[in-house]
Design a protein around this ligand. Sequence first.
Ligand SMILES: O=C1O[C@H](COP(=O)(O)O)[C@@H](O)[C@H](O)[C@H]1O
Length: 254
Amino acid sequence: MSDRTIEIRPDKNELAAAVAEALEQAVDAALQRGRNAHIALTGGSMGEALMKAWVARADDERDWTRVHIWWGDERFVPAGDDDRNDKQADDAGLKKLGVPANNVHRMPSSDDGDAAAGAEAYAQELAVFTDVTAVGLPEKPQMPTFDVLMLGVGPDGHVASLFPGHRDQLVDRVTVVAVQDAPKPPPTRLSLTFPALAEAREVWLMVAGEDKADAVATAFSSSDPVECPASVVGGQVSTTWWLDTAAASKVEQS
Ligand SMILES: O=C1O[C@H](COP(=O)(O)O)[C@@H](O)[C@H](O)[C@H]1O
């Protein structure tokens, strides 16, 4: 895992605007490397704020057909339910970006079967886009390497739908799990696993609000996925904690 970088902005809106600008640059850099860009979105408050800020910047300057959108987790409820992370992204303007619908890889819904089947189906979709550089390396998850994986962090330190205390989520060789009994509603969710979250060049954790300050401080002092899932995620090239001033208030700056 790469070293941690911290970026602080005064408030949530300025934070989202800064992340959106960086995201635009990261997408363009991936396309300039001659590859498709694979971007993983978060849900929750920062997911919505980021999408609004990204859409506000969007232009036709890039080939959106080479951009793929994924999610780190999803609430396992019917398609179109207001609780779904993809619905929140849609409402924030996702479709205005110009990414073709076939490149928007939504996690299955509860209309499609049970959660275990949904997790398997998303794992298969990820596998179709396996990074060719990983072929033949059985220890590497069968999935694309995300150019940017964005994660929100809950007040309890959860990322995606990997919650503290859920030892059953500590799995190898699986990229997607069905999560039952999530402490935050809805209780049933789909989530990328820790090995899948590690398949990212850049991981960006985005946190705003005073109610998250303890979680951020714990993430910086812990390295225990059961105590604080946010403490163990990071990118292969870079790990950036995007914080507003309130969320950063309990971080000891060196
Ligand atoms: O339920 C979820 O919560 C986390 C954090 O959301 P926030 O509203 O506290 O910022 C989010 O990252 C995750 O995608 C979502 O499903």
